[in-house]
Ligand binder design. Structure first.
Ligand SMILES: *Cc1c(COP(=O)(O)O)cnc(C)c1O
Length: 349
């Protein structure tokens, strides 16, 4: 097989959902965030496995993702759209039975004119200044909107990955001020917010990255393995260079393995000359630049050359790789391209 293999452990994914669910008490529901094609891992199998684990409410970024998710899940689970009700989306929101989180007065008007009586939620901005209604907008419409029975009022934390950041408590206080006494179910916490403790949990949590094995959920089980086939190996003499720009030079006699996969597969070019592949638990450094479809790796020290080398595996998780690229696990996962052979493991596969 000449393409890289992305293996997704659906049992680990389900176990991570259950573990995050156990971090909140019985009165708090745990949803699942599956935007961006299930953080790059394939929304259909991912969402079905999470539904199997017990998730009844899902979040996506935009209506198109919601429609695709509805096709994968069928009727029943609630699908919430974080981007709300955008112009042109009315038919899709109605047809796929999506629940938009309304972010502005424009969206509220569009919803109530286009889909009267259809379920909706409200998103408030509590300081991140990204999405949701500000306090004054909310004050202007709350009396009109609350009797129409929103499914949920939500907001999002800007700094929840750092428990010591004073922004967390500040946003929590703002959220209380905007929503106390409304009687509507509330949601503030994503993965980081769940770990901040019970005062952040409210009625519903919305974990994403923790499900997929990423920080800040340190206890997560790894979900992804990325394995690249070796196409060719060659011996390189001392002083010879490897790859575009000749950025790596052999110090002694070296063996270079050329792997099938590159930045077109989401293996970031920033990993050039920095990241390591794994042969089991033996690290093998990238030698030279990552090119579009190929990567060269120094395997001089291996007793024998395996058929494949792993870039994400038990010995090197998504966040380890992210550190080497100077980015975050979220970007590593969602960059993974579509050229892989995706292999789903576990009872939900
Ligand atoms: C992406 C997102 C989430 C999930 O966040 P994680 O950090 O991946 O757990 C939850 N809520 C909103 C509004 C989001 O945009």
């Amino acid at each position: 097989m000449s393409t890289a293999t992305l293996t997704i452990d659906l049992d680990a994914l389900a176990a991570n959902w259950r573990a995050l669910d156990r971090l909140t008490d019985g009165g708090t529901q745990t949803a699942a965030v599956v935007k961006a094609d299930g953080y790059g891992l394939g929304v259909g199998p991912v969402a079905r496995a999470l539904a199997g684990a017990g998730a009844r409410r899902f979040f996506v970024a935009v209506a198109e993702e919601g429609a695709a998710l509805r096709r994968a899940l069928g009727p029943g689970p609630q699908i919430c759209v974080l981007g709300g009700h955008m112009a042109g989306d009315t038919e899709m929101i109605g047809g796929a039975d999506l629940t938009p989180m309304l972010n502005s007065l424009d969206q509220i008007t569009r919803q109530f004119e286009g889909l009267p009586g259809h379920p909706f939620g409200i998103q408030l901005d509590t300081g991140m200044n990204r999405l949701g209604m500000e306090a004054d907008e909310w004050a202007a419409v709350a009396e009109l909107v609350l009797p129409l029975g929103p499914e949920l009022i939500m907001s999002h934390l800007a700094c929840a990955d750092d428990p010591d950041d004073p922004m967390n408590a500040q946003q929590l206080a703002t959220f209380h001020a905007l929503t106390d006494g409304t009687g509507v179910p509330r949601s503030l916490a994503a993965t980081g917010g769940i770990l901040l403790g019970p005062s952040y949990h409210f009625d519903l949590t919305r974990p994403g990255i923790g499900l997929y094995g990423g920080r800040p959920f340190e206890d997560a089980r790894p979900v992804v393995r990325l394995s690249l086939p070796v196409i060719q190996t060659r011996t390189v003499e001392p002083g010879e260079a490897v790859g575009y720009g000749c950025t790596w030079t052999a110090q002694g006699p070296a063996t270079i393995a050329t792997l099938s996969g590159g930045y077109a597969d989401g293996i970031l070019r920033a990993l050039s000359n920095r990241a390591t592949f794994c042969a089991g638990d033996i690290p093998c450094p990238i030698a030279g630049r990552v090119s579009m479809d190929l990567i060269t790796v120094d395997v001089t020290h291996l007793p024998e050359i395996p058929a494949r080398l792993d870039l994400i595996c038990a010995a090197q998780g998504v966040d380890d790789l992210a550190d080497q690229a100077g980015t975050i696990g979220y970007e590593v996962l969602t960059s993974l391209g579509n050229r892989y052979t995706r292999h789903y493991e576990g009872s939900g596969a």
